[in-house]
Design a protein around this ligand. Structure first.
Ligand SMILES: CC(C)(COP(=O)(O)OP(=O)(O)OC[C@H]1O[C@@H](n2cnc3c(N)ncnc32)[C@H](O)[C@@H]1OP(=O)(O)O)[C@@H](O)C(=O)NCCC(=O)NCCS
Length: 155
């Protein structure tokens, strides 16, 4: 594996993050959304919106050879992971595990007792491997987003 650096998310990462999320979403998640939801999600993932989110969200990126190949974003006041994407070429190298552990460590320092996520179908086995449990059945929103709510006790 190439040398991998994990860094706190910064505004100048926004462009690469938007490209990574869009590409990985299309490859692994989009087929579980309706066309309306898929198009809405894709249209929201752009450099400007990501830059705005970076101010409000905790997050880390995984960088190798100057390329962002993994990203996690989380809403601290809700104890919730809101985005986790790793480039297909770098799957199964432990990158997402490390990103999740960094966020969990930060949340624990803030006194959080649990962490939640709305997992894509594809990511459910990954989250189970990290000790997350399904909290209820699959959620299908009116707009056509499909998620599996999950939670892990971290205290
Ligand atoms: C889910 C995702 C973030 C996992 O990233 P990753 O860096 O490959 O994960 P890790 O290498 O840390 O995986 C650790 C373990 O989790 C499990 N795991 C990870 N991905 C898995 C998968 N697709 N199916 C089954 N188990 C999986 C495995 O046990 C893995 O260990 P192993 O590689 O030794 O078998 C990545 O596949 C991804 O970006 N998927 C598409 C986007 C997505 O669905 N994001 C979630 C949105 S909520």
């Amino acid at each position: 594996m190439l040398f991998m650096v994990f860094q706190k998310i910064k505004e100048n990462h926004a462009k690469q993050i938007s490209i990574l999320i869009k590409k990985t979403f299309i490859e692994f998640v989009a087929h579980t959304f309706t066309n309306v939801a898929k198009n809405e999600f894709i249209s929201h993932i752009n450099e400007e919106n990501i830059m705005n989110l970076i101010n409000d969200y905790a997050g880390y990126v995984a960088i190798t050879d100057s390329n962002i190949v993994g990203v996690i974003m989380a809403k601290q006041d809700k104890n919730k992971i809101t985005a986790l994407f790793v480039d297909k070429k770098h799957h199964h190298k432990g990158i997402a595990t490390k990103l999740v552990n960094k966020i969990i460590s930060d949340f624990k320092k803030q006194g959080a007792k649990s962490i939640r996520c709305w997992a894509s179908f594809y990511a459910v086995p990954f989250y189970q491997h990290q000790g997350f449990k399904k909290t209820r059945g699959v959620v299908k929103t009116k707009k056509g987003y499909t998620y599996q709510p999950m939670k892990k006790i971290i205290c």
